[in-house]
Design a protein around this ligand. Structure first.
Ligand code: F6P
Length: 336
């Protein structure tokens, strides 16, 4: 059996570990052949592929990024890359001409939606949830998230000393798209005093009062962790908007840091390496047993799979009754 593998959407630490998990299990355990598809779904359209052999996988598990390249090419949306081309039909034709019996797609929400439509076309497809945002429905965690939380936590740890030296308010913006998982987990881990996430509306006056009360209580600096997707006025970045508003409200010197793409770079944590390896193996197992149209998922501490129909079009968001939110509130963290 020959499987195709591609990586789609934003990159993150752990993709190469996942590629290794899928390919080594497929080749070594199931005796399959593997074709690597470059630059996500774009490679399926343009035929940019290469065979993947076991020797190509050595040392891959610790490398950041994706050896296959990624893109945000969306098969079912018209775009200017291939005007006038019936992309779904071309993809089905290319899969056949490449001799691919099935496809493993590693990606985030939009990849799941695309994959569900391709499964409806009769393409044998299995997906693996990948994103630093952790916003893929149906899995406790996606790989990439733990690595991004560790990077953000280290960065926020470093802001405490400079905030203390200058008695400043430090605002740090983390990624996460429309979800607040990254801000919540890194904010709690790094002792954020105020954590703003898209899912919980905030009142800037309340934030100002919280900071001034902290100063009255002998806490001369505060750390404010904001998810990039929070509601702001105008086109300003979240950190810029919040920093300006806090300084205006409190009169206290406030500085901003936008962590950006550092959260998506470098080697994956040990948790992500093992999660990627387990998810890769589970994907190969689904293919070997002919169970297609499914996404690999972590539930509790076990590998499961869920129908792509249940995942497509959904986003997993933080809820107010989330355990970390509740415990943070008990510690006195302000969510705005
Ligand atoms: O989905 C991962 C992510 O890093 C988001 O957190 C962020 O908003 C987005 O990708 C950035 O997209 P791009 O890499 O296309 O700039």
């Amino acid at each position: 059996m020959r499987i195709g593998i591609l990586t789609s959407g934003g990159d993150c630490p752990g993709i190469n570990a996942t590629i290794r998990g899928v390919c080594k299990t497929a080749i070594h355990h199931y005796g399959m052949e593997v074709t690597g598809i470059h630059n996500g779904f774009q490679g399926l359209l343009t035929g940019e592929v290469q065979p993947i052999t076991e020797d190509m996988l050595s040392g891959l598990f610790m490398q950041g990024g994706t050896m296959l390249g990624a893109s945000r090419e969306s098969v079912f949306k018209r775009d200017d890359i291939m005007p006038g081309v019936d992309k779904p039909t071309l993809i089905a034709k290319n899969i056949k001409s490449m001799g691919l019996d099935s496809l493993v797609c590693i990606g985030g929400n939009s990849t799941m939606t695309t994959a569900a439509k391709m499964a409806e076309m009769g393409i044998n497809i299995v997906t693996i949830p990948k994103t630093i945002d952790n916003d893929v429905w149906g899995t406790d965690f996606s790989f990439g998230f733990d690595s991004a939380v560790s990077i953000a936590t280290d960065a926020i740890d470093r802001l405490h000393s400079t905030a203390n030296s200058h008695r400043r308010i430090m605002v740090i913006e983390v990624m996460g798209h429309r979800a607040g998982w990254l801000a919540l987990y890194s904010g709690l881990a790094a002792g954020g005093d105020i954590i703003l996430i898209p899912e919980i509306p905030y009142d800037i006056h309340r934030i100002g009062d919280c900071i001034l009360q902290r100063i009255k209580n002998g806490k001369p600096y505060s750390i404010v962790v904001v998810g990039e997707g929070i509601k702001t006025e105008g086109k300003k970045r979240a950190a810029t908007y919040i920093a300006e508003e806090i300084e205006y409200e409190t009169g206290v010197e406030t500085r901003e840091t936008v962590l950006g793409y550092i959260q998506r770079g470098g080697t994956p944590t040990s948790f992500d390496r093992n999660l990627a390896t387990m998810m890769g193996g589970c994907a190969a197992e689904l293919i070997a047993s002919g169970r297609f149209g499914r996404m690999v998922a972590l539930r509790g501490n076990r590998m499961h799979s869920i129908s792509l129909d249940e995942v497509a079009g959904k986003v997993k968001l933080v809820t107010k009754n989330n355990d970390l939110v509740q415990q943070a509130l008990r510690l006195g963290v302000c969510f705005g």
